[in-house]
Design a protein around this ligand. Structure first.
Ligand code: ADP
Ligand code: MG
Length: 245
């Protein structure tokens, strides 16, 4: 589903170069839910933005569903992102003058889906995230956890191949955080959606199937005993057991 190879990223500010990501290699199979753990400033958002096609890497390649996104033209990439990639932000990024349902429908407006179908799909998904009663309210009338549920529904409405979440529980209290992680785990199971969840909290990371950690620009993968090993081509046995997607 996702294959990152030889990925490096350097930021240039004035004469200073900062090598934020250095030769990152890993793969994620369809249906996996993976936590990307790292302390503040370790490069998690940079890596996530590169994988979601929001930025271009200095070097290296990113395949999503077999497509090399770093080589796509701007138009083709925008189109690809609209159909195949979902993104969840820490601060929800809902549009305040649109209702909950209209926010969730928005990606389908850009796809040219007709209003009746948009409405049906948005309502079904909002029910699935526990907001069946809130569809006609505005974002400001919801709690933070509920607003993040709206944002999760919006990220899934196009039935993307993969969803990236950048610190999705960063603004929430511990109880709400746990409920949102429960929801993501449940959606992963029921919809077979691949999720990559960025967090700086070990407790959050520990609830997913697999944890990869960024440290000093490099990626380390934790095995089942919680020990670390450097990641090369991650999980070749799992890749061999599943048809490529
Ligand atoms: P994290 O999400 O793990 O907190 P980031 O990916 O946001 O980390 O940032 C990693 C490093 O890259 C930080 O040192 C940050 O200051 C730097 N950085 C991020 N974005 C830019 C940018 N646009 N220009 C220059 N430096 C950046
Ligand atoms: Mg970040």
């Amino acid at each position: 589903m996702l294959e990152v190879s030889g990925l490096s990223h350097t930021f240039q500010s004035g004469t200073e170069q900062s090598h934020v990501l250095v030769d990152i290699n890993f793969t994620v199979n369809k249906g996996e839910i993976v936590a990307l753990l790292g302390s503040s400033g370790s490069g998690k958002s940079t890596l996530l933005n590169l994988m979601a096609g929001l930025m271009k890497p200095t070097t290296g390649s990113i395949l999503i569903a077999g497509q090399p996104i770093e080589r796509m033209s701007e138009n083709k990439l925008a189109e690809f992102r609209r159909h195949h990639i979902g993104f969840i932000f820490q601060s929800y990024e809902l549009i305040s003058h649109l209702t909950v349902r209209e926010n969730v429908e928005l990606p389908l407006v850009f796809q040219g889906i007709k209003p009746s179908e948009r409405k049906d799909r948005a309502k079904a998904l909002l029910a699935q995230v526990g907001l069946a009663e809130k569809t006609e309210l505005f974002p400001s009338q919801l709690s933070g956890g509920q607003q993040q549920r709206v944002s999760i529904a919006r990220s899934l409405i196009t039935r993307p191949a993969i969803v990236f979440a950048d610190e999705p529980t960063g603004n929430l209290d511990t109880k709400t955080e746990s409920e949102i992680i429960d929801l993501l785990l449940n959606l992963n199971r029921t919809l077979d959606i691949t999720f990559i969840i960025v967090t700086h909290e070990r407790e959050v990371a520990g609830r997913t199937q697999r944890v990869i950690q960024l440290r000093d620009g490099k990626l380390v993968e934790e095995n089942e005993d919680g020990d670390e090993e450097s990641v090369s081509y991650a999980d070749e046995s799992a890749a061999a057991a599943e048809p490529a997607s």
